[in-house]
Design a protein. Structure first.
Length: 264
């Protein structure tokens, strides 16, 4: 692996092989999402716990201090909205010059396998990989399901992850599932990170699925709403950090969550 690629990957994946990415990119299709109306204020207290931020260039310039920033994974696909016809109809939004100008550690692009725009979004990924590999920039593929959350089963996710890896993604972000997440990870030749999806009923539920996913081979998380839409974002971030980087079990992480919450 060339120096630039290895250096960038090492900024986002820590020496223990694990990672905690904090996504605040939801506004690119959802607008001012609950608790993300002022992204700078949302992320500030969470920064000590995450290894990288997943953002668009708009939020990066408007809300992230460029001095001693966390490594940035730049969201570079978009062009659709929740009130539009089809969330899958994405294109690449950001030129390679802009990616280089922003000095990011990696870029992220969604693929919508099985959708009307499957080919278009897979080609977005492939072409982005072509451009980014020339400059040693890792591409993270996001296996998106649009509004169809029912697609979150192991068979579908394994298919989407494998295709994304085959097209050159260096990391694949997907959903955890309860019907064989190990098959998703084992069928994917590059590291897998877990997204959270819509807010879970309880905080413990989040810790449980993240812990299970880590046991089954994920290298970490890219988890947003279940952290910053929680009533207690900092305790959540701290508990998740303990699972990702300190091998905490669910009970230990939950205890940490409660302890931090009581001290707030
Ligand atoms: C939005 C994204 C998010 O980065 C991803 O879904 C993770 O966030 P959450 O945990 O809130 O689902 O790709 O398009």
């Amino acid at each position: 692996m060339d120096w630039g690629m290895e250096n960038r990957l090492s900024q986002v994946v820590q020496p223990d092989g694990h990672c905690y990415f904090l996504p605040i990119d939801h506004g690119y299709f959802q607008g001012p999402t609950r608790c993300l109306e002022k992204p700078g204020e949302t992320i500030e207290p969470l920064l000590p716990y995450c290894d990288a931020l997943f953002v668009t260039r708009g939020v990066l310039r408007a809300a992230v201090n460029p001095v001693q920033s966390k490594p940035i994974i730049l969201r570079v696909s978009g062009g659709t909205s929740v009130v539009g016809e089809d969330l899958a109809n994405e294109e690449i939004t950001t030129s390679i010059e802009e990616i280089l100008r922003l000095n990011v550690a990696a870029v992220g692009v969604s693929v919508f396998v099985g959708s009307r725009y499957e080919r278009q979004t897979l080609m977005n990924l492939a072409e982005l990989v072509n451009a980014c590999e020339d400059y040693g920039i890792p591409v993270m593929a996001v296996t998106a399901v649009g509004k169809e959350l029912v697609k979150r089963d192991a068979r579908y996710l394994a298919l989407a992850c494998r295709i994304a890896a085959e097209l050159g993604a260096r990391i694949v972000k997907t959903y955890w599932c309860d019907d064989g997440f190990d098959k998703v990870v084992n069928g994917c030749p590059v590291p897998v990170v877990m997204a959270g999806g819509p807010k879970c009923e309880t905080e413990r539920e989040v810790l449980e699925f993240v812990h299970d996913g880590m046991q089954k081979g994920a290298i970490g998380i890219n988890l947003g709403r279940n952290v910053w839409q929680s009533k207690h974002p900092v305790p959540m971030a701290r508990a998740l950090h303990a699972i990702i980087h300190a091998k905490a079990g669910v009970a230990e992480a939950y205890e940490l969550y409660q302890e931090t919450m009581q001290g707030e």
